[in-house]
Design a protein. Structure first.
Length: 450
């Protein structure tokens, strides 16, 4: 347990409480307790170094940096340093991954290639309340293919009185409705509840019914171990600014299983997907780079790639996902136990069945699965009574004391002890200030103004 009080990597820059505006903090110059890596990861020192390297190369060599680079990373080949580590992170072959674009753009590219509905097989199976960008993409793809999203997008809801999906319910729907499902696409880790879906089992069940299976790994990459190639996943997309710490709006990535190399060519081509040997000869006809990298369109931002490279190098130094996941399981479990010891905590079953007026004063429950193998680092706290406004008051108090999570209105706060840089002390301080906030709400229904 003592090792949890020191970070797995000290190569991250933690904002001070003063710098984030923690006006209630008694020690404003001390580091904040940043539990928001599920939304935006902290800046790694190596990312800072790699960015400054490329800023200097831009200044000293300008366009020449595309081909002649003082650090042997010419910009036309910069992804050569990224792809091997990305492939290791998601359990793929290097040719199956590409660093490019943004998550939702990549999702549309993949759906344009893999969502091929017919009058009988046209449904898109996903979890209810998927991240809004995914919901918008699914609906617009259905419309673009001539289908009504109300009929084409098949959402799986939790059972009444439950917060997360049961594995058996997902698999049952795939078995019963598989012949009408064109695409099965879930989040690897659900952004709101923090539920880790059984990706291998869902993929296997989908393939058994002849469905294409893809995954949105925005909250999974860098958070949980992945084996996309061996699981026979058709495609996957992700961003890199959450647990992979590439910076706000950082460059995204995608995976395409090598089995599709001969049969699935990019529909919307761009010159950066053209093979490098003749790319700068500007031939009139497109010749795709083999594998996923043929789906590239425009030259990627070097500064964004430099930031990602710095973080990926930090992953390598930390031991990659084996060491990271081992620490994550311990850290999140310890955090959960501390939260459950709060006098304001209510077990999720009791909270789900509670009737209006059941609780006198504020309460909270944890809607993330209690099984460590069914979650990543994140714990989602639901504040009760529903719609009481307690969440916002607690959130403001946490921020005022330098505890940074994120809010999902109207009633959820997400807290994620990222194993690379968070410690048990961060978790202890979060619980301390959470209880203090609820004490104030219980006594006066108010929080000191920030």
């Amino acid at each position: 347990m003592s090792s949890l009080y020191t970070p797995l990597s000290d190569h991250f820059i933690v904002p001070s409480k003063a710098s984030i505006g923690a006006s209630l903090a008694k020690d404003p110059q001390s580091p904040s307790h940043y539990l928001c890596g599920n939304s935006l990861g902290l800046q790694s020192k190596k990312s800072r170094t790699r960015i400054h390297e490329e800023i200097d190369v831009w200044a000293s060599r300008s366009v020449i940096g595309h081909f002649s680079h003082p650090h042997d990373k010419p910009w036309v080949k910069y992804t050569d340093a990224l792809h091997p580590i990305l492939a290791e992170l998601v359990g793929a072959k290097e040719s199956e991954v590409v660093c490019m674009s943004t998550l939702t753009t990549n999702l549309h590219l993949m759906m344009n290639s893999f969502y091929k509905p017919t009058p009988k097989r046209f449904k898109i199976l996903c979890e209810a309340r998927a991240f809004p960008s995914d919901q918008y993409a699914f609906a617009s793809q259905a419309i673009a293919h001539g289908f009504n999203p109300d009929q084409a997008v098949r959402e799986v809801w939790p059972r009444e009185g439950e917060y997360t999906l049961r594995e058996e319910d997902i698999l049952k729907i795939i078995e019963e409705e598989g012949q009408s499902i064109a695409l099965v696409i879930f989040s690897g880790v659900q952004y709101y509840t923090g539920q880790l879906f059984p990706m291998e089992k869902i993929t296997r069940a989908a393939k058994a019914q002849g469905c294409i299976c893809g995954w949105d790994l925005a909250h999974a990459i860098g958070n949980v171990p992945l084996t996309l190639h061996d699981w026979d996943v058709d495609f996957a997309v992700w961003c890199t600014y959450k647990y992979v710490n590439s910076g706000p709006g950082g460059i995204a990535g995608l995976f395409i299983h090598e089995k599709w190399d001969k049969n699935e060519k990019p529909k919307f081509t761009g010159w950066w997907g053209h093979e490098l040997s003749t790319r700068f000869k500007m031939p009139p006809e497109f010749s795709a780079t083999p594998g996923a990298q043929g789906f590239q369109q425009s030259n990627p931002c070097v500064l964004a790639m430099a930031s990602l490279l710095g973080s990926l190098q930090t992953f390598k130094e930390a031991g990659m996902m084996g060491a990271i996941r081992e620490r994550s399981l311990k850290l999140t479990s310890a955090f959960e136990k501390m939260l459950q010891q709060s006098k304001y905590y209510v077990p999720p079953q009791q909270a789900a069945l509670a009737k209006p007026g059941s609780f006198r004063g504020p309460r909270f429950t944890i809607i993330t699965p209690s099984d460590p193998e069914s979650r990543g680092a994140q714990l989602s706290l639901l504040f009760l009574p529903i719609g009481s406004g307690a969440m916002q008051k607690v959130f403001d108090y946490l921020c005022g004391n330098g505890v940074i999570g994120d809010e999902r209105e109207p009633d959820v706060i997400r807290l994620a002890p990222a194993p690379l840089y968070n410690t048990l002390y961060d978790c202890e301080q979060a619980v301390l200030h959470l209880n203090a906030a609820l004490d104030l709400v219980a006594k006066s229904n108010s929080i000191p103004k920030l």
